[in-house]
Write a protein of this length. Sequence first.
Length: 393
Amino acid sequence: MFKTIHALLCALLAGAAGLISTPAAAAPGVAATPPMGWNSWNHFAEKIDDATVRAQADAMVASGMRDAGYVYVNIDDTWEGTRDASGAIHPNAKFPDMKALADYVHAKGLKLGIYSSPGPKTCAGYEGSYGHEDQDARTYAAWGIDYLKYDLCSLGERLDRATPLQARQIMRDAYAKMAGALKATGRPIVYSFCQYGYDSVWRWGPSVGANAWRTTGDISDNYARMAEIGFGQAGLAKYAGPGHWNDPDMLEVGNGGMKPEEYRTHMALWALLAAPLLAGNDLTTMSAETRALLTNRDLIAIDQDPAGHQGERVSAEGTLEVWAKAMADGSRVVALFNRHDVYNEIHVDFRALGYKKPVKAVDVLTHEDLGRLPLDARLLIQGHDVILLRVTP
Ligand code: GAL
């Protein structure tokens, strides 16, 4: 995006001089821990309608997911219809009555999320919010919407034609505008940015109202892409905390493209990263194994730890990586990952984490008490798998 060093320097100086507007901060108390729920896109894409959303909400309760902490039922792109003479947005024929759908979801103790774009068109070519931000926010609040995913889409075309400095201003103004519009409704609505990490959004997203921001392009249901995104979060931990989270995209757990140990890695990594946990599978048909992984209380407790620290990489040796996350109770979660597809021996140097004596460790996924591990521990790990340790001195 920055075509010359000069342009980059101008942009940085403009930011430092406060020329870039940063008006609306996130609503207090919203997303105190990473949002948990379900989103329609990964499994259903454009084949989503009112009946399907209701069925997913039913399954969220029946499967125990709601009681495990999954609350948001999020409709992604393709719900949008046309605007009436007053400019108000209406859903298309797939969603006959959005307010009635919100009432249905709320009656189950769940919340409803929706999707739009700061551009004139969404990524799937439906109506975006450009020029109608205040009106759309009011409509969402009147329907009873609790979560908005705001996806850059067609606004990106304007950025491509702009200088870096202009592009930066356009992007931030667009996201800030909707933040102000949501805030003005008085309804607590989780505001989730989706602009694929452009312009290091983690640095400025919170100051323009983001509760979460996508850090990358889209995930897909295979180990290579999931790992590229998940392990690519290294270095971003310091930007996350209560009310504002890095979002490495929605879960693919249960969609069928990965092996059990790969989905285990996916879920463990997202929990370690304090990422939003938005299931992306069909909850009405999921296997017992998928349900057990999604509702694993120990993994969810890692993700939802009230201290809100994001885990960070401690060491990497080829395809073997050690990550750690500090927990509110003073313990640590230490995750050992084997990115190779065959078994390997992974070394963990607990001294690098500040420990001076052998540590007490419990395997979070198997519940096995491993007793004391030496400061320089060696563990065998199968290909594409994870070993998750809860460690105390
Ligand atoms: C993409 C976004 C996806 C999904 C899709 C809908 O830009 O990253 O998560 O929302 O648009 O069209």
